[in-house]
Design a protein around this ligand. Structure first.
Ligand SMILES: CC(C)(COP(=O)(O)OP(=O)(O)OC[C@H]1O[C@@H](n2cnc3c(N)ncnc32)[C@H](O)[C@@H]1OP(=O)(O)O)[C@@H](O)C(=O)NCCC(=O)NCCS
Length: 164
């Protein structure tokens, strides 16, 4: 019987080829290798992780997705989250999001935010499933002029009032 193990763990230099492949397959304006190296080695606020599938009986390990979030004091923002296109809709993105939210809660983060392209309906559905709310549209946020939707999740019992 196959024994499958899925782990979310901090990224290492050895993960960069798999991360770059997924990045190039999933993003309109992909980051370059130097951008990920910066997250790995220099950015003091980054939390750069991969999700890895292990098939024990075959001695195989494969990186199927990654995420990167920045934490500054009691707020955090998700910069990247992606799953290999052939492995999407199998809860891998959710496994990474659960880790991010649990890690934020453990670090007393109050608000987790992100920007997403208004055309990226599957990511917007994904974020809403994890409790994020739509806050505001940021016009012409991306290089190609596309608007961003700014979304926010309150962690714990904290609630932000944007009504005023
Ligand atoms: C967004 C992303 C990370 C989600 O990862 P995933 O592993 O495919 O997501 P999950 O399997 O955990 O899906 C969880 C929920 O997200 C939503 N969702 C995911 N894919 C969807 C799709 N193609 N269409 C509609 N909703 C979708 C659904 O609500 C889904 O729950 P359900 O399956 O019970 O309906 C993945 O689609 C991805 O890598 N996209 C490309 C990169 C990207 O756009 N990243 C976000 C940039 S801001």
């Amino acid at each position: 019987m196959e024994y499958l193990n899925v782990t979310v763990r901090p990224a290492t230099e050895n993960d960069l080829p798999a991360v770059l492949e997924i990045e190039n397959l999933t993003f309109v304006s992909p980051w370059k290798e130097k951008d990920f190296r910066y997250e790995l080695t220099e950015n003091p606020v980054s939390n750069f992780w991969v999700i890895e599938l292990e098939i024990k009986s075959q001695g195989l390990k494969s990186v199927l997705g990654f995420c990167d979030y920045w934490q500054t004091f009691d707020s955090a923002t998700i910069c990247k989250i992606a799953v290999h296109p052939e492995m999407q809709r199998h809860d891998l993105g959710s496994a990474m999001m659960d880790e991010i939210i649990n890690d934020c809660a453990a670090k007393q983060v109050l608000t987790l935010t992100l920007e997403v392209r208004v055309s990226n309906s599957k990511a917007i559905a994904f974020y809403k499933k994890h409790g994020f709310r739509e806050i505001v549209i940021k016009p012409h946020y991306y290089d190609n002029g596309e608007d961003a939707l700014y979304m926010l999740l309150e962690i714990g019992n904290y609630a932000v009032d944007f009504s005023n």
